[in-house]
Design a protein around this ligand. Structure first.
Ligand code: AP5
Ligand code: ZN
Length: 214
């Protein structure tokens, strides 16, 4: 099964990706996690990406398209994959289509901007795996520690309120047009478009998403 998760920063893409991945056994391809891994490793890509990400802007389409094409060609993607955070511009979606990479489902998670600003201040992440928590809505079993490894959780560098607002602006300008793009693809029978209210609880959203995919 091949799936795209579409939604604003903080809509819950990473959170739902964990649930879908566990149920269907397909790998999560998070371009944000890939870029954060490059930053941590200090690669030239990481050094370049850090400036852009900290400013709340998007990394160039060419770089991201190259990363994703390489990743989906790997063996563990043969049975399917879950794209989290890609595509997020029309040129990225066009590049996927041109490369013949089709998807079965586009899953949109819809959350209003003000709710997102509130959510981001409570987000905590496990840098090694990308596992995501929220201090109130989705707390770890032990405060400040990852459930699986026990490692310390951290606050993402781009989760300060002014950066979150910039990311939301970029989302509306550059990513939201993908709603129309994939609605048209679905009308043409190329994929199925599913939209969910992301303001419900994590479990409520998961239940509905899983029920629609299976
Ligand atoms: P990326 O890492 O993809 O960030 P994003 O799209 O901004 O999304 P987030 O990871 O912030 O949010 P999410 O939807 O995964 O929400 P989460 O599940 O964590 O990208 C980061 C940067 O990398 C970009 O700004 C850009 O610079 C660059 N980049 C990445 N991909 C790129 C691309 N394709 N092209 C160009 N540049 C790219 O949830 C958020 C919080 O809410 C958590 O605390 C969670 O516990 C909580 N929560 C989740 N669901 C619920 C719920 N239902 N109720 C209450 N709380 C909830
Ligand atoms: Zn995410």
């Amino acid at each position: 099964m091949r799936i795209i998760l579409l939604g604003a920063p903080g809509a819950g893409k990473g959170t739902q990706a964990q649930v879908i991945m566990n149920k269907f056994g397909i790998p999560q391809i998070s371009t944000g996690d890939m870029l954060r891994a490059a930053i941590k490793a200090g690669t030239p890509l990481g050094l370049e990406a850090k400036k852009v990400m900290d400013a709340g802007q998007l990394v160039s389409d060419d770089i991201i398209i190259g990363l994703v094409k390489e990743r989906v060609a790997q063996d563990d993607c043969a049975e399917g994959f879950l794209l989290d955070g890609f595509p997020r511009t029309i040129p990225q979606a066009d590049a996927m289509k041109d490369a013949g990479i089709s998807v079965d489902y586009v899953v949109e998670i819809d959350v209003p901007d003000e709710e997102i600003v509130k959510r981001m201040s409570g987000r905590r992440v496990h840098p090694g795996s990308g596992r995501t928590y929220h201090v109130i809505y989705n707390p770890p079993k032990v405060e400040g520690k990852d459930d699986v490894t026990g490692d310390d959780l951290v606050i993402r560098d781009d989760d300060q309120e002014d950066t979150v607002r910039k990311r939301l602006g970029v989302y509306h300008d550059q990513t939201k047009p993908l709603v129309d793009f994939y609605t048209a693809e679905a009308a043409a029978g190329a994929t199925q478009y599913l939209k969910f209210d992301g303001t419900e609880s994590v479990d409520q959203v998961s239940d509905k998403v899983l029920a629609s995919l299976s």
